[in-house]
Design a protein around this ligand. Structure first.
Ligand code: BG6
Length: 478
């Protein structure tokens, strides 16, 4: 049986945010229902709205009703969960409010002393993170505030900063208040079963790893496509854009998982060392290289979305050819494409192997039609397929591509945890393997900054909704 986390209080900043209502509170309820939370836990929502505890509880219940309708709810467990929620109203930038939070923690929590175990969760826009952390420190709520018995940890949502400089500043502010082993930079992609399986697939099987390099692999394609737009997140997107929202984190983390060396062991730092090395080895972009290796796009109609400027130049699509300058991957292109409002919703990684040296069976000049591929489908299907050539039945010897397929749904009956279940449990337990380390965040920003600088003021290209992206996307494959 899994060891239960220590008794603790979870403090969620941005308590009325979409993320809190759709993911954090529902995940915590389910963890409580399944007996995964500590025996004595409390949750304090922190927000700007002037709400009483009771008003916040009803607000959250209304939000969660869509996810857990009466018919599927365990009423007793639900009522017990809701009763453990409290609320503190504060202005994030105003230090005085944090004393009220301190007071609430000490009275609400099982904590009878100031050394309660505290997990802070910043589900707020990235620009608020430094001021929140400073104010926690001022209110004696930081880890380094002389508390010897209880632990204090902090989870920070992505995007972590908005470029290398702000990420460094944030790392430095957080570093003054929390030790690195208490900082959990969350990227929910790392909590996905299929993403965690990349490492298992590569390193628990003997047959792939000897081929997993520049001598056998022609290219790697990573796609994160969504068939919907920015929904009601206009204000966020205007600040972030796709490079910050998806490329800097989800996409580069997938790339690191595919390209990393085997770790020394499975400790958090051994795994994260290898990912950091990949990110550090990505070739920076220049004004010359972006011309043939970066295409940014904006879907038609984006400028009419709510809270979006009518002359916005924010990108909602990016296709980028990366190179990793190390011994394993030198000169192997990694094509990474991500976008909103594309033809389909799919996240997948395709590893394409080199064609055999002689082409006996293909009618065409090139055998690329049947080139071997390993296709790691991250979502919505959770599958791995291996593509190879097989003889088409009949008199002629012609090869057709066929697939061998593994599907999580048919091979396993256990239901997996969702990313937020898993990552919340990991943070409570202090397990950092699936959180991003300081150095990796900075290496990833350095790459994104180099793209932004090299692109300069060039405008993103338009593309029709539900298409495959801008017309010129193919130029990166040249
Ligand atoms: C979030 C991005 O981090 O991930 C969203 O901010 C994106 O723009 C979402 O839609 C995709 O995650 P998932 O797990 O829902 O596919």
């Amino acid at each position: 049986m899994q060891v239960k986390p220590d008794n603790c209080t979870i403090i969620i900043f941005g308590a009325s945010s979409d993320l809190a209502a759709r993911k954090l509170f529902p995940s915590l309820y389910e963890l409580a229902l399944w007996g995964n939370l500590p025996d004595d836990y409390h949750i304090i929502g922190v927000g700007r709205a002037a709400l009483s505890h009771e008003e916040f509880r009803s607000f959250m219940q209304t939000k969660m009703a869509g996810i857990f309708p009466d018919s599927v709810r365990d009423e007793a467990a639900y009522a017990a969960f809701i009763a453990r929620i409290a609320y503190v109203r504060l202005d994030l930038e105003e230090p005085d409010g944090y004393h009220a939070l301190y007071h609430e923690i000490m009275t609400t929590a099982a904590a009878v002393c100031r050394c309660a175990n505290l997990l802070f969760y910043l589900a707020t826009p990235p620009s608020f993170a430094p001021v929140i952390v400073r104010n926690l420190q001022r209110a004696d709520l930081g880890e380094k505030d002389g508390c010897m018995d209880g632990w204090r940890k902090i989870i920070v949502e992505k995007p972590y900063g908005r470029d290398l400089q702000t990420a460094r500043e944030l790392n430095s502010v957080i570093g003054e208040v929390f030790s690195e082993n208490r900082v959990f930079r969350i990227d929910h992609y790392l909590g996905k079963e299929t993403v965690q399986n990349i490492m298992v697939f590569r390193f628990s099987n003997g047959i792939f790893e000897p081929l997993w390099n520049r001598h056998h692999i022609a290219n790697v394609t990573i796609t994160i496509a969504e068939d919907f737009g920015i929904r009601d997140r206009g204000a966020f997107y205007e600040e972030a854009g796709l490079l910050r929202d998806i490329m800097q984190n989800h996409a580069l983390q997938l790339l690191a998982a595919v390209a990393m060396e085997p770790p020394v062991d499975l400790s958090a730092d051994a795994v994260r060392d290898e990912k950091a090395k990949v990110l550090r080895s990505i070739r920076p972009f220049t004004t010359e290289s972006v011309d043939h290796s970066v295409v940014l796009g904006q879907y038609d109609g984006y400028r009419s979305e709510k809270n979006v400027a009518s002359d916005s130049t924010v990108e909602t699509f990016a296709a980028i050819k990366f190179f990793i300058d190390n011994w394993r991957w030198k000169d192997v292109p990694f094509y990474v494409k991500a976008g909103k409002n594309l033809a389909a919703t799919v996240t997948e990684i395709v590893i394409t192997f080199q064609c055999p040296p002689q082409n006996y069976f293909c009618p065409a000049e090139s055998c690329s039609y049947t080139a071997n591929q390993v296709i790691l489908r991250i979502q919505p299907e959770e599958t791995i397929a291996i593509k190879f050539g097989a003889k088409r039945p009949g008199e002629s010897v012609i090869t057709d591509p066929v697939f061998m397929k593994f599907d999580y749904k048919t091979s396993f009956t256990e239901a997996g945890l969702t990313p937020y279940h898993r990552l919340l449990l990991d943070a409570l337990a202090g397990e950092q393997m699936n959180f991003i380390r300081q150095d990796s965040v900075e290496y990833s920003w350095a790459i994104i900054d180099s793209i932004r600088q090299a692109v300069g003021s060039k405008l993103p290209e338009g593309y029709p909704a539900h298409s495959h992206g801008p017309e010129s996307v193919d130029k990166i494959y040249g």
